[in-house]
Design a protein around this ligand. Structure first.
Ligand code: RFL
Length: 398
């Protein structure tokens, strides 16, 4: 793909992984005349077909626009400005576009963004090798791949997700990880049906959380909180729709628009952040540097933020032999990363209430306490303008 890569030559940056982080980084480096190669373990079709995120924060849209990467999302994405909370106490809608900093989301499926970024990367003359798994990253920037070739980079950018080799390399060298297990899982479902509401829908229910997120005019994402260890195969389409209807209280609020289930997968809600997202020749961005639970839809947005910062730092290092931006990369990103985690963590508490472990307790005082806190949070959000502004700022911000 692209011009033939010569394994004997040292490149400026070897990028591991062609997700949002790797592809944004690659595009920004090419734009500044830095040579790079992306090594991706999957095939092109798999990379372009992986449906995950959909909500882009205003900051991400600004970065992508500024670097000529937003044509697709500006043409085909649509803005989203309201979210709705439904519970046994009724429902209310927050027009977050009118609150906080007045920012909105752009809804654009991650696989379409990845497709656009890849097309642009190739148009800019970038090299990418699909079906090439990185097995080892050595000191000195040498990267060993599954086909036995070594590729050496002046720098290596680990953009290979939270189970990737880049993170394993950092932790093997003593980098510590701060980690939180939210103790719940979501059955993440994509259905071929138009959105049922204009807003993002959050349903709080004693049977667990349910979520509704628009993707396109014909595809909608739903989430159902489920116990750890749930097998998606146990969830037939009928069971999924029945549970969504119960948790969204359709008897009271009206039916959901149903349709065939296209995809279902279980996501365990876990978050972690590496103390140091890089050192020496190896620098990490996106999920490789930290995984964030999907409660507040921040993951892809953090990936864009970090890729942009890392690109700037690598350009200074490679063009001006100045590594001070690289040295500052962690300090530059981590406060914003932690703000996103703090908000995501709060959202997780709002959406989930007590864990299954608590509700199964015979003495369920802890469960009742957790449930009451959940509703106190919701009530504060429903009634306090100050809280609503704070929510909106964090919900759309990065
Ligand atoms: P990715 O997207 O995981 O890409 C990593 C790439 O690296 C490749 N790779 C390797 N390649 C070579 N050698 C190896 N050894 C390799 N190991 C891995 C992989 O094949 C892959 O192509 O990481 P990146 O770029 O950091 O991007 C992160 C985002 O994908 C992720 O944070 C978001 O999808 C999270 N997320 C959401 N984020 C949002 O901002 N808004 C959302 O609405 C949102 N919804 C979601 C989400 C994540 C979800 N799941 C499935 C966890 C909804 C869901 C259901």
């Amino acid at each position: 793909m692209g011009k033939r890569f010569d394994p004997g030559v040292q490149v400026g940056v070897v990028i591991v992984g062609a997700g949002p982080a790797g592809l944004v980084l690659g595009n920004l480096l090419l734009d500044r005349g830095i040579d790079c190669v992306i090594l991706e373990r999957r095939g092109r079709e798999a990379v372009e077909g992986r449906a995950r995120a959909g909500f882009l924060a205003a900051h991400s849209v600004r970065v992508l626009t500024q670097h000529g990467l937003a044509d697709g999302l500006l043409a085909r994405g649509h803005t989203h400005r309201t979210c709705l909370f439904r519970s046994e106490h009724g429902e209310f809608t927050l027009d977050y576009g009118e609150l906080g900093r007045g920012e909105v989301h752009t809804v654009y499926p991650q696989q379409e963004l990845v497709r656009d970024l890849l097309a642009e990367y190739l148009r800019r003359g970038g090299e990418i090798r699909f079906d090439t798994e990185v097995e080892e990253i050595s000191e000195g920037g040498r990267v060993r791949t599954s086909d036995g070739t070594d590729v050496t980079g002046r720098y290596v950018a680990g953009c290979d997700g939270h189970r990737g080799v880049a993170r394993a390399t950092m932790t093997a060298h003593g980098t510590r990880t701060a980690r939180w297990d939210h103790g719940v899982s979501w059955l993440a479902v994509l259905v071929e049906a138009p959105p049922s509401m204009e807003a993002v829908g959050y349903a709080l229910h004693e049977r667990g959380f349910a979520g509704h997120m628009a993707r396109t005019a014909t595809v909608t994402r739903y989430y159902l909180q489920c116990p750890r260890g749930t097998d998606p195969a146990d969830w037939s389409a009928d069971r999924i729709w029945a549970e969504l209807e119960t948790r969204f209280r359709v008897d009271e609020f009206g039916m959901l628009k149903d349709g065939p289930v296209l995809e279902k997968a279980v996501v365990d809600l876990r978050s972690d952040v590496l103390d140091a997202p890089g050192d020496g020749r190896l620098w990490l961005a996106g999920d490789a540097a930290g995984l964030i639970s999907p409660s507040a839809a921040k993951g892809a947005n953090l990936a864009v933020l970090q890729a942009e910062r890392l690109a700037q730092a690598l350009v200074s290092a490679l063009k001006h032999a100045d590594e001070s931006d690289l040295a500052r990369y962690a300090a530059d990103c981590l406060p914003r990363v932690w703000r996103a985690h703090e908000f995501s963590h709060w959202m997780s508490g709002l959406l989930h209430g007590p864990s299954a472990e608590d509700t199964e307790n015979t003495v369920d005082a802890r469960a009742r306490y957790g449930r009451a806190l959940q509703y106190a949070r919701l009530d504060s959000l429903r009634t306090s303008r100050a809280h609503q502004d704070f929510f909106a700022e964090n919900y759309t911000g990065i």
